[in-house]
Design a protein around this ligand. Structure first.
Ligand code: NAP
Length: 292
């Protein structure tokens, strides 16, 4: 595989391990993080150079990859990057953002002769750590072909959905589908516990049938134990659902269940659970918010 000069911007729960995989795959990696101490810690663990400014990180890179927070963060980081990138280079954004931001950044980068791909991911912290993420990609065919070998360092599945912005729309589909499943699982578990059933026995009985899901296989037991430290934070889920609900409303769709689950996540946030993972919806039963 060809080694590239890659700048990675944003070393959070997701970005840190992704940048680590690029380095392990032999790329020349330069990292930047807003809080410099995190970048220094990354540099202690991995082969690569730590930059103190975005301009320094990107100026000699042929590929720049970002994974930050919300729309304003993704915009600020992209703008600071592409104004210092060379024509012919490629910008990949793994941040989950609105589709209109992705589209607007694709226009701005392309005007400078820079390729663009929005590539939000699923698979969570575990997927980032073990290099088994899924990327939903919005780019031309040619750009996707260029980007795919790079992101395959940490994405086991890469799917081109369509042109710029469509990666973000596919991620919204993913989050809409998850919201209802997690709430269904939380209600099922709360009911099993209220009936004082052996929840492990219930899991063994129902998980291979029509009730089964990834969430059930991976979260039922941890939810039963009250463990909510699995990476994808309620704060991020609310951001994703807000983006999805805005996009749905713009095309005239009323996503009633998504809205309801979003309001339940707002309750978890109000109880101080913004950094708990999304399966913490079940806490609404244990702390009494959902009791009649
Ligand atoms: P995180 O651990 O909170 O890290 C966020 C990163 O973004 C940090 O490096 C942070 O820098 C940086 N950042 C935030 N705002 C910034 C700004 N204005 N300027 C520069 N840097 C900024 O978040 P994460 O879990 O890695 O998530 C990152 C993205 O991936 C989000 O869009 C999230 O929705 C998405 N995602 C997350 C998961 C998951 O399971 N965690 C799964 C799929 C998708 P500091 O260190 O300075 O704060």
């Amino acid at each position: 595989m060809t080694a590239h000069d890659i700048a990675f911007l944003g070393l959070g729960i997701m970005g840190g391990p992704m940048a680590g995989w690029l380095s392990k795959h032999g790329h020349r990696v330069k990292v930047w993080n807003r809080t410099n101490s995190k970048a220094q810690a990354w540099g202690q663990k991995h082969q690569g150079i730590v930059a103190t400014t975005i301009a320094d990180a990107v100026k000699k890179a042929d590929i720049v990859i970002a994974c930050v927070g919300d729309d304003p963060d993704a915009r600020a980081v992209a703008e600071a990057a592409y104004t210092n990138m060379a024509p012919g280079s490629l910008y990949i954004d793994h941040t989950t953002t609105s589709a209109h931001l992705a589209y607007s950044l694709s226009q701005a980068t392309q005007a400078r002769g820079i390729d663009w791909m929005d590539a939000p991911v699923s698979g969570g912290q575990a997927g980032a750590m073990n290099g088994r993420l899924t990327a939903m990609c919005g780019a031309s065919n040619a750009v996707f072909t260029r980007a795919e070998p790079i992101i395959s360092s940490y994405c086991a599945t890469r799917v081109r959905i369509g042109e710029a912005g469509t990666g973000q729309l596919a991620k919204m589909v993913n989050q809409i589908a998850i919201a209802g499943v997690v709430q269904g699982l939380a209600e099922a578990l709360a009911f099993a516990q209220a009936q004082m059933l052996d929840t492990a026995a219930v899991l063994a009985a129902i998980s291979k049938g029509a009730a089964g899901s990834w969430q059930m296989d991976n979260r039922w037991s941890t939810m039963a134990e009250g463990k909510f430290d699995f990476g994808f934070a309620v704060d991020w889920m609310r951001k994703d659902l807000r983006i999805a609900l805005e996009a749905a409303s713009a095309c005239g769709l009323d996503l009633a269940l998504t809205k309801l689950v979003d309001s339940y996540y707002a309750q978890i946030q109000a109880e101080g659970g913004g950094r708990l993972d999304t399966s913490s919806l079940v806490k609404r039963f244990t702390v009494g918010v959902a009791k009649p």
